[in-house]
Structure formats: structure tokens, C-alpha cells
Design a protein around this ligand. Structure first.
Ligand SMILES: N[C@@H](CCC(=O)N[C@@H](CS)C(=O)NCC(=O)O)C(=O)O
Length: 362
């Protein structure tokens, strides 16, 4: 059975268009459901960490709203620092499903860092032990961990910090020189990638600045509402456990989209007439909106394609005209992850077939 799903592996940017195409995926998902160990022996510990990795054990606040935990590893790669920029010293761990990880993938590619910072992709089937590598779940497109042969992302966290009590999230940047985690906060990872390696990069890549001094105030002011209202807003809508918490979250999502629609009217970019981190941070949520958030997270007051023509145009242009965006997007991993990995939201784990297409042509 295992070899069946491997043989049917498809290139990562192919989207699921029909029931026939979904079949191998469904077989894989069934297999995976039968194999969910709660306690996994890691390189450094055998303590039960399911309260940190099992999303169904996540506690909402008393009013039913979802609160995201702050990231724990907040070091910076910088010239002259403990974490100096060096080729092949750092590894980026990602899920193609995850919007925060996609931020890091896009910036890595835009800055030409593929030869400097290798990437490892996890399986989209995040279960009770968190994100699995291909050795634990050989899902098409997933990879094994080449550093410590971790079975799950949590093994790396516990290797770096055996008493770690946070969540085992991606994206995460690993330092092979010190065998530790540098950073697991995407907003900081993209800032590091934007500048830290500039001295090692060819001039054209070093010159790319996604957070230019002159536009910083405007980028910051957009990020300040895009994160709570849109990026995290969709999660607050989907993970709400009371009607009131859901309704206030979903309304905020759409008021955020209304603002973005106005700003993008007749424009290709949010700030300064050029691509910036503000575009990347908004885009990773918008690309998932119609395929996942409308249904799975109940953000269904409208869709991007029917209700937000300016956002839709901006999203499509970035996807179809800039390979950093398209190559960082894997609709199959995105859809399967959300619909499979949140059993409290979708207990049947059925993955909807639509929308078709996942993104419209230009
Ligand atoms: N603040 C983090 C959030 C990252 C995050 O929440 N990633 C999710 C996937 S989209 C994750 O890995 N969740 C695993 C878990 O919470 O157990 C960032 O922006 O980097």
C-alpha cells in the first residue's frame, strides 16, 4: 500500500482537479489514520509531549476564541553574531500547507538563497505527534530529515531544548553548527533572509530589499492590521468554539479584506509601487482563502474570486508571473493538511473537491 502512494506522487504544484486524482491521496490518508503513535521515542527524550503537539488538546480561552502562542526561538542570523551567515550551515523546515512557512519559502526564493539554505518539507498530515517527516509518513512530496533523522518536527525541538514547552511549529530555521534552533517566527525569518546573506549573494539578489527603509512605516502599518484581521483572523474564525467568538472573528476577516481591496485598487503592490514583505504576508493567506478558509474555517461571507476583484488580480499576477510564489504553493498539501489535521473542525477528514480551479488563470 505504501509503495502505491509513493508511485503516484505528483509534482508539487499540480492541483487536485477531480475525484480520480484524489483517490491515491485518500488511500494514503486512510493508511495514515491507522498509525498515530502518541508517545514517540526521540533522540533526546521519551517524555509525553502530546499536550504540545496534538492540536485537539489545544485549549481555547474562556470566551471561545483562539489565541496563538508566541514563538520561542528568536535568534538572528547576522554577520559577526553567534549565528553568522554561511552557506549550507542553516536548514529551513517547512510545510507547504502552512502560510507562515510559505512566507519564508517565498523570500528564500526571491533572494536567491536556495543554494545557501536547504529546505526540508514535512508531510501535510499533522497528527497527534505534530508534523511528520517522510520516514514517519511517506506522503508524496514529504522528505526525510537529513540532520538527526527526526521522525517528527518535535524531535528537532526536543533535541535543541529537551524541556521545551512550546508548540512544535514550522517554519523553523536550524543551525547545523550548534545543533540548535535559530528562529521559529516567520516574521523574523523573512527579515533575516532579506538582509543577512547579502554579503554572500550576487549583486542583483543582494539589491532586492523587501523591507526598504523608506517604506518601513507604511509596511509596518499594513502588517499591523493584516496579521490580526486576515492572517490570524482566519484561524480565529475557524478555531472559535462559541458562536460569538466566530462571528466577531469572521466579520473582522472581511473588514480586513475590504481594506485590502481598496488599497489594491489599480495597483500591483501594496506599498511603494514595488513588491515588499507586506505583499508576501498578505498573499500567503489570500492564496489559501477560496480553497480552504471559505469552507474549513467558515470564512464564507464571500470568496476572493467573486467578491474581491482587485485582490484576486493582485494574487493571480504574483502567482502566475513570479515563480517564487507559484513554486512555493502546493494546493494539494494545503487542502489535505487543513481538512485532515483539524479533526475537531472536520471530524470526517473528507477533503472537498472544489474549488475548481484552485486559482483562476490570468
Ligand atoms: N508565529 C509562528 C506561527 C507558526 C505556526 O503556527 N505554524 C503552524 C502551521 S501553519 C504549526 O506548525 N503548527 C503546529 C502546532 O501548533 O502544533 C510563525 O509565524 O512562524
Amino acid at each position: 500500500m505504501l509503495s502505491v502512494s509513493l508511485r503516484l506522487a505528483r509534482p508539487h504544484s499540480v492541483s487536485v482537479h477531480s475525484l480520480t486524482q484524489l483517490r491515491p491521496l485518500i488511500m494514503h490518508v486512510k493508511l495514515r489514520s491507522q498509525n498515530q503513535p502518541n508517545l514517540v521515542r526521540t533522540m533526546s527524550t521519551t517524555r509525553d509531549t502530546t499536550h504540545l503537539s496534538d492540536i485537539t488538546k489545544m485549549k481555547p480561552s474562556t470566551d471561545g476564541s483562539f489565541n496563538r502562542q508566541a514563538s520561542s526561538f528568536r535568534n538572528f542570523i547576522e554577520p559577526g553574531g553567534k549565528f553568522a551567515p554561511e552557506k549550507d550551515r542553516y536548514r529551513l523546515y517547512v510545510s507547504y500547507a502552512c502560510p507562515w512557512a510559505t512566507r519564508a519559502l517565498i523570500v528564500r526564493k526571491l533572494k536567491g538563497l536556495e543554494d545557501f539554505i536547504p529546505v526540508t518539507v514535512v508531510s501535510p498530515l499533522m497528527g497527534t505527534s505534530g508534523w511528520p517527516f517522510a520516514s514517519a509518513d511517506p506522503y508524496p512530496g514529504a522528505e526525510v530529515d537529513p540532520i538527526i533523522n527526526a521522525q517528527h518536527v518535535r524531535d528537532l525541538y526536543l533535541h535543541a531544548s529537551p524541556n521545551y514547552e512550546g508548540r512544535f511549529t514550522v517554519p523553523m530555521v536550524w543551525d547545523t553548527a550548534n545543533n540548535t534552533i535559530v528562529n521559529n517566527e516567520s516574521s523574523e525569518i523573512i527579515r533575516m533572509f532579506n538582509t543577512a546573506f547579502n554579503d554572500l549573494l550576487p549583486a542583483d539578489k543582494a539589491a532586492i530589499d523587501l523591507y526598504p527603509e523608506k517604506d518601513r512605516a507604511e509596511i509596518d502599518s499594513i502588517n499591523d492590521w493584516v496579521y490580526p484581521e486576515i492572517n490570524n483572523g482566519v484561524y480565529r474564525s475557524g478555531f472559535a468554539t462559541t458562536q460569538e467568538a466566530y462571528e466577531s472573528a469572521v466579520k473582522l476577516v472581511f473588514s480586513g479584506l475590504d481594506k485590502a481591496e481598496k488599497i489594491l485598487k489599480g495597483k500591483d503592490y501594496l506599498v511603494g509601487g514595488k513588491l515588499s514583505e507586506a505583499d508576501i504576508r498578505l498573499w500567503v493567506t489570500i492564496i489559501r482563502f477560496d480553497p480552504v478558509y471559505v469552507g474549513h474555517f467558515k470564512c464564507n461571507l464571500n470568496t476572493i474570486r467573486a467578491g474581491y476583484p482587485e485582490i484576486n488580480r493582485w494574487m493571480k499576477q504574483l502567482y502566475w508571473k513570479n515563480s517564487a510564489f507559484k513554486d512555493s504553493t502546493n494546493f494539494e498539501h494545503i487542502k489535505v493538511h487543513y481538512y485532515w489535521s483539524h479533526p475537531s473542525v472536520n471530524p470526517t477528514r473528507i477533503v472537498p473537491v472544489g474549488p475548481i480551479p484552485n486559482i483562476e488563470p490570468l
